[in-house]
Design a protein around this ligand. Sequence first.
Ligand code: AMP
Length: 210
Amino acid sequence: MTSIVLFGPPGAGKGTQAARITDSTGLPQVSTGDMLRAAVKNGTETGMAAKQYMDAGQLVPDSIIIDLIKERVLEKDAQNGLMFDGFPRTVPQAEALAEITEVSHVISIEVPDERIVERICGRYSCASCGAVYHDTFNPTSTEGVCDQCGSKEMKRRADDNESTVLQRLGAYHEQTSPLADWYDAKGIFHRIDGDRDIDQITVDILQALE
Ligand code: AMP
């Protein structure tokens, strides 16, 4: 089992790129953020424990996240590896992951802080297929209609507001960015300029994965 990690601040475009490269890699996308939002929606024990941290823009405790991942890797589609989006976010999470699967590439999508707030505050996604859009940078071709699946139901995340974004960015710099050195030391860390055209970023990611 060999896996890929998509790394970067909130709003870097990890989810957008994951959806685009999943066909080429054949690896299922695993977003801990999506898993947690589903748990909150379903009112599970994990969701109830995680909600307060998510609402505050803080990281959910490592033990909760690591348990989620340990369960996820047992699923049948994980046999050949997974593409992690938004995980690991701390060194203990990365250490736990190293015990579960080999990581062949860490793709770091880099976007300056000053661009993050505008990117996150305008984003929305299709409630049906999850395709991600942005009011200014990547709108649907027809207003309110998903380009991918034609659904007319769009949604915005509760934590995509300016004050929570600033908290999330703080958590990223304090707790997650130290992981860059951790992975860089292993020689598997690839830096991609994420402040460019979405297609160009995809091309560069696929090249890094070759
Ligand atoms: P995301 O969708 O990746 O932006 O995650 C949304 C929120 O879920 C974050 O602000 C955290 O509260 C929580 N979260 C998601 N993934 C993790 C993780 N790997 N470690 C800790 N908290 C996480």
